[in-house]
Ligand binder design. Structure first.
Ligand code: IPE
Ligand code: IPE
Ligand code: MG
Length: 251
């Protein structure tokens, strides 16, 4: 066990961590390599962080792997990423099962090539009874796409008489998001020194603690995750209240 790991208060872990895995391209370029080389190495970080979260007993880990905007990248990169996705899932599904990890996917699956969608569906099926870490892959995902989709589906439900306008509340909206089964992330990490959300979980991050690090995703390892969690544990989450209100009444 590392010193950082020891310092983490295991009774105050975030239930849900979301990560924008950024910086693969720059990492590769800095080494004089092609961007895809960075993506390949990024998979090693995914493996390490998934393992780290499972060991700590984190319940949900959402990884932003591909945004709806990423479809506009050069074709060779998009194709390379899709192939990497498929080969990684194929290789990892056994170890997900062994570690009791359940895979979920959020995003516009209709955009994915058939071979990628089929591979994913198979992995979802194989891991569906696992009860440990929930690993949520955000693929062909964007917050605006998700919200638009939810609004359309709510409108359909109203039109079909399944829902009245008066009955729509925050729970209704939550129910129509692709994350309806998951609690909101409490900690959001972005690697590689960019300070933006890039269309990730726009609704769900409302009260998340944001953590930014300059470390590029292919260099991000468990120790970096522990640092982020320790930082999270030092924050006071007020949810609009005052510090005094957060003090225990009889404490
Ligand atoms: C993140 O790394 C991975 C994806 C978006 C698929 P990038 O590919 O965005 O790497 P940079 O930001 O260009 O360095
Ligand atoms: C966000 O990274 C998407 C993923 C990490 C999958 P980008 O690299 O696409 O974001 P921008 O373009 O820098 O905002
Ligand atoms: Mg990037």
């Amino acid at each position: 066990m590392s010193a950082l790991h020891e310092k983490i208060d295991k009774s105050r872990l975030p239930r849900h961590i979301a990560i924008i895995m950024d910086g693969n391209g720059r990492w590769a370029r800095e080494k004089g390599e092609d961007r895809l080389f960075g993506h390949y190495h990024g998979v090693e970080s995914v493996r390490d962080i998934v393992e780290g979260c499972a060991e700590l007993g984190i319940e949900y880990l959402t990884l932003y792997a591909f945004s709806t905007e990423n479809w506009d990248r050069p074709e060779y990169e998009v194709v390379g990423l899709m192939e990497l996705l498929v080969s990684t899932i194929r290789k990892e599904v056994e170890s997900l099962n062994k570690n009791n990890i359940r895979l979920h996917v959020i995003g516009d699956m209709s955009m994915l090539p058939d071979y990628a969608r089929n591979e994913l569906n198979e992995a979802l099926e194989i891991t569906k009874n696992n009860t440990g870490l929930n690993l949520v892959m955000a693929l062909s995902y964007s917050g605006r796409w998700e919200l638009l989709n939810a609004v359309k589906n709510i409108a359909h439900a109203v039109k079909q008489g399944k829902l009245t306008v008066e009955a729509i509340d925050q729970d209704t909206l939550q129910h129509y998001l692709c994350t309806s089964e998951f609690p909101d992330p409490e900690l959001m990490i972005r690697t590689s020194g960019e300070y933006r959300i890039s269309n990730f979980l726009l609704y769900q991050l409302a009260y998340a603690e944001l953590y930014f690090t300059n470390v590029r995703w292919p260099d991000f390892r468990k120790e970096n995750l522990y640092e982020a969690i320790l930082d999270f544990q030092q924050r006071e989450r007020r949810f609009g209240k005052t510090s005094e209100q957060l003090l225990p009444v009889n404490g």
